[in-house]
Design a protein around this ligand. Structure first.
Ligand SMILES: Cc1cc2nc3c(=O)[nH]c(=O)nc-3n(C[C@H](O)[C@H](O)[C@H](O)COP(=O)(O)OP(=O)(O)OC[C@H]3O[C@@H](n4cnc5c(N)ncnc54)[C@H](O)[C@@H]3O)c2cc1C
Length: 388
């Protein structure tokens, strides 16, 4: 079989890229290792930057997102119970974020592509010949091996995918920081305790009161990396979360049975460059941020925007400039998001090896943030999303 662009991975990056290219009349084949049901069962990000919302609108997939998503104009940071509201709207010159679950966004993109060429449950996907003019992607399905000839391959297959793994040793330079803790997350069908997200620093560890809608919360507590989810009953989770919040917030919080509970490790990671001949990396295949800054999904979207522009330039306008500049353009934005996510993580978590000096610095950082409009502006403009 032949296509113009083989997209490996049907997470948000792969799906959105496929939609943007197909709208420009470019042939795409989307290959995904898992089933559609499995992809839709993954509970992940939930905060969309204005630029991500605009891109989804431009792609024509924003109708349900606007009907069901909840716009937020601020966040609260609680430091050992001491609250500070950051007015995102005011400090960023009129921008908001939209709270809308990654699962819902993925469903919208999948529904939009109904009938378009996709192969789910593709086994043993392999990318070959990307350093030649004739790359190929092979996969197995139902016991048969298939070969896809294409012009370009987009590696949108996440951190553990094959696209980066197929590179020869030394082709990519990687940069990584692994944090000595994770997040234990619970989703429950109860109303959020506040209209806005609460990011809490506490000596017992970080906590986040987030939401997916006006009736569904997603809450997290910092936990050791070897945390056994089975050891955390719902009651134990809610009790621990309350201990990390201001007393009036803890008292007002409604709780209920969890509908999902999982542990996620925290990592910062970047691979450079993002182009290897006719193979391009985008989204989590190329970089990971700790979720503290709500940047992972948004970075995937901005990569895809740049890559789609490059591929549309190649196929529709005969221009190579967008593809030639893709890696440098995307990496410039990626590193800024890495910096912000690292900064939020450092401010808000209890570091097991951190001593009294580090804790005083965190307090000083919070006090500076509280007293400085400039510092709040820096936080706000990063949180709502730097220019694309
Ligand atoms: C547990 C968890 C919680 C998170 N929470 C947040 C959050 O709160 N806020 C935030 O901003 N970000 C969060 N993130 C990050 C965010 O979800 C990701 O940045 C986002 O999913 C990136 O999209 P993607 O399409 O690049 O990668 P993915 O969503 O990982 O999609 C990659 C796709 O490729 C497929 N694939 C993998 N290998 C192969 C293969 N060999 N062949 C074919 N297909 C393959 C996968 O099955 C998957 O469907 C979280 C991530 C995780 C893992």
């Amino acid at each position: 079989m032949r296509t113009q662009v083989a997209v490996v991975g049907a997470g948000p990056a792969g799906l959105l890229l496929a939609v943007l290219l197909e709208q420009a009349g470019i042939d795409v084949l989307l290959l995904e290792r898992r089933s559609p049901e499995y992809v839709l069962s993954r509970i992940r990000a939930g905060v969309l930057e204005q630029g991500t919302v605009d891109l989804l609108d431009a792609a024509g997939v924003g109708r349900r997102m606007h009907a069901e998503g909840v716009p937020h104009e601020g966040i609260e940071i609680s430091f050992n119970g001491d609250p500070l509201r950051i007015d995102l709207f005011k400090r960023s010159g009129g921008k908001r974020v939209l709270v809308y679950g990654q699962t819902e966004l993925t469903r919208d993109l999948m529904d939009f592509r109904t009938g378009r060429p996709s192969v789910y449950e593709a086994e043993d996907v392999a990318v070959e010949g990307f350093d030649t003019a004739h790359p190929r992607v092979t996969y197995r399905r139902d016991g048969t091996t298939h070969v896809v000839e294409c012009d370009f391959v987009a590696g949108c297959d996440g951190f553990h995918g094959v696209s980066r793994a197929c590179l020869p040793a030394g082709a990519a330079r990687t940069f990584e920081r692994v944090y000595p803790f994770g997040w234990l997350g619970v989703m429950a069908d109860v109303p959020p305790v506040r209209d806005e997200l609460i990011y809490a620093h506490h000596e017992r560890g970080f906590a986040l009161c987030s939401m997916r809608s006006r009736t569904r919360v997603r809450c997290y507590i910092q936990c050791p990396l070897d945390t056994d989810v089975a050891a955390w009953s719902d009651a134990r989770f809610w009790d621990e979360l309350r201990l990390r919040l201001a007393p009036e917030v803890a008292a007002a919080m409604q709780t209920g049975p969890s509908i999902e509970k999982s542990v996620a490790p925290l990592r910062s990671f970047v691979a450079e460059p993002l182009r290897f001949g006719r193979l391009f990396l985008a989204g989590d295949a190329a970089h990971i941020v700790p979720p503290t800054g709500a940047k992972g999904l948004n970075l995937a979207a901005s990569d895809v925007r740049y890559l789609a522009e490059g591929l549309i330039g190649h196929f529709c306008e005969g221009s190579e400039a967008g593809l030639d500049h893709y890696s440098a353009r995307a990496l410039a934005r990626i590193w800024k998001a890495e910096r912000f996510s690292w900064w939020m993580t450092e401010l808000l978590h209890a570091f097991p090896e951190g001593g009294a000096f580090d804790r005083r610095l965190q307090r000083a950082e919070f006090d500076y943030l509280r007293g400085s409009e400039a510092a709040q502006t820096v936080l706000a403009e990063n949180y709502v999303g730097l220019p694309v």
